[in-house]
Design a protein around this ligand. Sequence first.
Ligand code: EPZ
Length: 439
Amino acid sequence: MKELIIIKMKKIVINGGRPLKGEVTISGAKNSVVALIPATILADDIVTLDGVPDISDVASLIEIMTIMGAKIERKEDSLIIDPRGVKNMPMPFGKINSLRASYYFYGSLLGRYGQATVGLPGGCDLGPRPIDLHLKAFEAMGAAMTMDGSSMKLATDGKPLQGANIYMDTVSVGATINTILAAVKAEGRTVIENAAREPEIIDVVTLLNNMGAHIRGAGTDIIIIDGVPHLHGTRHQVIPDRIEAGTYIALAAAIGEGIQINNVLYEHLESYIAKLEEMGVRMTISEDSIFVEKQTDLKAIQIKTSPYPGFATDLQQPLTTLMTQAYGESKVVETIYIERFKHCGELQRMGANIEVSTGSASIKGPSSLFGTKVVATDLRCGAAMLVAGLLAEGITEIHDVYHIDRGYAEIDQKLKNLGAVIWRETIERLQRYNNIKEK
Ligand code: EPZ
């Protein structure tokens, strides 16, 4: 018997079209911290992470690690993690599939115990999210994969993991980091070829080397890991979130009257900033901040996403909103997630002139956007909707805001501090509740 239940959700409401100005400080990087937290399982002592963003992905990881036996204390933006009580146990399925980055427990549990039983990861709906490269690396190091119900079990036959030479057929952030997590305490040397070069990988390697690991080449496409028997505790500052920073830069260029973005590393955004300058966005770049002036007569541009240091796939969605304001026809070619265009349908409902075909979108501008009801279909679509809602005349309602809260810390307050008129309301939604057992 299927029953209907009422669930309470939040929506963000924006009264847009108002120029924003002032300062915003970027938080720690989501795509770094979701690997740093599981990585602490490999330590034989306490690890403190500073600059941890207040986002729901972090809350989920803290919940999972606590269930597993870790002691975690949050002190302002620091996490003090004592991993010594973490048990070698099947992961709690319920939370595991709430975020893709739960796959980092494969590597860290394998690295510590030589086995891991973990539910399959979740994450944004960007099309297929395979983990074949992760599994290929683990199997090369001696861990066999079997399915245990809806969980996947990775285990060696009691022997420690062995170092191996691993070639990544596709450049993969997750597979690169997961292989490093499994390799740091393996016997012998692991060489990763065609490794991803993202700053978040360098951040994870910095933490691990400060815990006593021997890893060289992070940031290049060849990474060498020599296994060590023990990793000790340390303290580590999370790098700033380059995707959050890029989102605020797009916002400042779209509706800003002078916005200073603090805690930004320019070198993490070089390709993005180059494309914004091509559009005619005027920015003043300092050591750890960027000032974005009011923009007029923006020019259409073409972008093509690629692995770091190329144009970040995560930034094509918020930038698409800015492109609706540029004179001419802009083009986005997506080479990493070819289905990553759900935000375009939402922008079209706000008056944007966008045509989507397989793996690309064409944006004709400028268009006047008007407020309406839209849905955050995924995390970075949510970012695009925030920029659009602040830009559009009238009231915009953004639904499924839980996606936004996964990756944008204190988003409401940060936008209010810039002068945005933004608030949240609770809505009730009827939902089929089909877990009721037949009587
Ligand atoms: C990371 O995802 C980020 N997430 C993503 O950010 C980001 O979009 C992506 O890297 C690319 O930069 C986190 O770091 C938690 P990949 P990840 O493995 O590691 C294919 C956001 O918005 N692939 O680098 O899952 C895959 O299909 C999120 O913050 C395989 O074929 O991405 C994709 O086409 C969204 N087999 C390409 O590689 C595998 O085993 C890159 O994926 C793994 C990946």
